[in-house]
Structures are given as C-alpha cells and as structure tokens.
Design a protein. Structure first.
Lengths: 188, 188
DNA sequence: GGATCGAACTTTAGTGTTGAAGTCTTCAAG
DNA sequence: CTTGAAGACTTCAACACTAAAGTTCGATCC
C-alpha cells in the first residue's frame, strides 16, 4: 500500500512515524505482516522524500521535474539527442497530447527545438539545445551528489546487495504486471 | 535521479532496460558511480511499477489512488475515523483547495460524510462512512496480497535486512531534507 | 493519379491540482 | 456591542494531464 508516487510537489506530507503507522495498521487490519509492511512502507516513503528533494534542487536550477524527465530521455537517446513527440511520450508514459504541451513550453524556454522532419512532413523532431544539455548536466551533478550523500552510510557491500535485491523485486513486479514488454523498465 | 513518482497513471512508461540505461548514463556523464546509480534507479523504477499496479487494482474496486489515500488517512486516524479538511490536507501533502474538491467527490460517492462541527462552526468534520471503511478493507486486502507476492522470493532474513536498510536511508533523507519535523514520514 | 487508410501530431473538453483571493466564524479588545 | 484580527475552509484563475476527436501527410490500391 504505497502512497501515490506521482506527487513530487512542493511540500512533503506530514505523516506519522513509520512505526506508529504500522502499529495503527495492525490495529485496524488483523492479518498484516509487519515485516512486509515495513519494507513496502519504507520503500514508498523513501521514494516520495527523494522526489521532493529532486524537485527542490531542480527548482533551484529553474526547471521542473517534468522538464528534467524530458531532458533525461533525450540525453539517454544519445547523439544527436533527437526524438519525436510520440516516442518521447511512450518513453515517459505520457499521452501524446501532454507531450505536445510539454514540448511547447520547453521550446519556449529554449531547452529543446521542435521542427518538422524534412523527409516526412508528418513527423516532428524534438532536439536538445546546448542550453538544454547543459541544464541536464547541472541537474545530473546535483542529483548524483545527492545520491552519494543518501547512500553514504552504506558500505559498498550493502549497496551491492541492496541493488541486487531491488532488481529481484523489479523482476517480480514485471512478471506480475506485464506492462513494458518484459524489459527491466527505467527508474531514474 | 529518480523519475517523477506522482504518476501512478494508466500505462507504464516504456523504458530501456536498467543496464542499458546505466550504460547510457556512463557514456554521457563520466563521473557516475554505477553501483549508486543502480540502487537509485531500481528504487525509483520499482516504485513506479508498484504504483501502476496499485492503481489498476484500485480501479477494479472503483476507487482512485487519490481516494485510497484519503481512506487510508482516515482509517489511520483511528476511531471514530474523523479529521478536518485542513488536517487531511497536511497529512496528504495537498493544498486545502485540493482537499475541498477531493472531499466533494468522495462525499458524492458516499465514501465519506462532510459536516460542520457543532461546537465550532468554522470547522468541518470529514468522517469515513461504512461504505468507505469497507472499500478500504477490500483495497487493503488486495494491497497486502500484492505485497506478499512481491516479496515472495525474499527470505525472512532478507526482508528484515531490506527493511532496516531502507529505514536507514529514510533517516538520512530526513536529515538532509528537513521537511516533516524529523519524524519518519509515511510511506504506505 | 485520385480515393482510402493509417500514422503522427494537435486540438478540445473535462478533471484535478496549485496559489491567491474571498467568506464566514470565533475570539479578544475597546 | 462593535471592531479588528486570526483561523478554517471555499472559490477563482491558471496550469497540466487524459481521453477523444480532428487535421495533415504519406502510402497503397485500383
């Protein structure tokens, strides 16, 4: 029972402590495995906190979480950092309509350009600008610094094990919930 | 660099495999620790997948992720399952305005009631109905079944360790990002 | 070579959220 | 008692997203 993760909004929710919450669940719902609940709750809570943190840092750079996602996707596509709106929408899990508007904004801010494909005038090509790429770089530096800091208390062994366990869980979810064609889907 | 978690929407994004993604990041960004990146990416991806799964199951019950959050919060408040809109908004991390509308809907669906406090007519009391409570119960059963299934490949030891590690990370985030008054904030 | 189908994107209508302004009640002064 | 100030919620305007309808270009068929 994880909270809605889509909220990387302004303020973090003010919630009871994890232990209090689990105790409350046990009170209201008899057959609850506290160990499972602890893992699931911590996972969700951690994620929400991290997203609030990312959102703040990105805001300092003058970009939104949504824009950051688009920049990331274009960079991951590799040189020459071009994708069509439809492809972007698919990779981001958005509708094409939402993509149109998001690209409008980002083109207005100079983060990307939007042009007709000369070879096929139905298609549109979205391309990262130099400014977009350097914003991505700045954001990436902030993100990796934050992530290093987050994991600083874990030994290298612990990090390795944690990564492996999470990937096992990810595989399990993808088995249970065949969404994305069976590939391990993105996360960062 | 986690994706925006607030999207528990309809379709999961179609992303490259985790390994492909990390390889691409290393190509574009030299000083990246693959181990850290793996943990962070898996964490975010897992969370998004889980939220899509929750969203689907809740949709089968006829409630949205947003409604589920409200039901959870009221149940966690304990008997008599009453809270004001302001308090609900705080616990859910929403603005009071959003809360007003959400309560409108849910009251219309019979999941909660909304009444003026007789002792202080400025205040409003939102109370879970029997229907709301039973929806919560159904959802809770589905959620816990899903969570058991998710963790089925992990031994009890592994679950315990995973929970502890996640809580350490949660503490670290809360140190770094003083949002919620220093308490371990909610997650499920 | 004109009609039809399909693909790729945009536009429109409806929903949900935020931030700011507004309303109503209570409490405290004068 | 009436004025002022604060608190709790609601309303309003703006924005972002979804689902569905619309537009435009390209390819295929006859």
């Amino acid at each position: 029972m994880s909270d809605n993760p889509e909220r990387s909004g302004p303020q973090a929710p003010q919630e009871p402590s994890l232990d209090e919450q689990i105790a409350a669940y046990q009170r209201e719902f008899r057959d609850l495995d506290p160990q499972v609940e602890k893992v699931v709750s911590a996972l969700g809570r951690l994620n929400r906190r991290m997203n609030v943190a990312y959102g703040r840092q990105l805001a300092d750079l003058g970009i939104s979480n949504a824009e950051w996602e688009v920049l990331k996707t274009l960079v991951l596509a590799g040189e020459p950092y071009r994708l069509g709106p439809g492809e972007l929408a698919k990779r981001l899990g958005l509708t094409p309509a939402a993509m149109t508007h998001r690209i409008d904004r980002m083109a207005g801010e100079g983060l990307v350009t939007r042009d007709r494909d000369e070879n096929n005038r139905v298609r549109v090509i979205v391309e990262l600008t130099d400014e977009g790429r350097s914003k991505w770089l700045e954001a990436m530096r902030m993100a990796t610094d934050f992530e290093e800091e987050l994991l600083q208390d874990l030994t290298s062994d612990e990090r390795g094990v944690l990564g492996e366990v999470l990937i096992r869980l990810l595989r399990r979810v993808e088995l249970t919930q065949p969404d994305a064609g069976g590939r391990l889907t993105d996360l960062d």
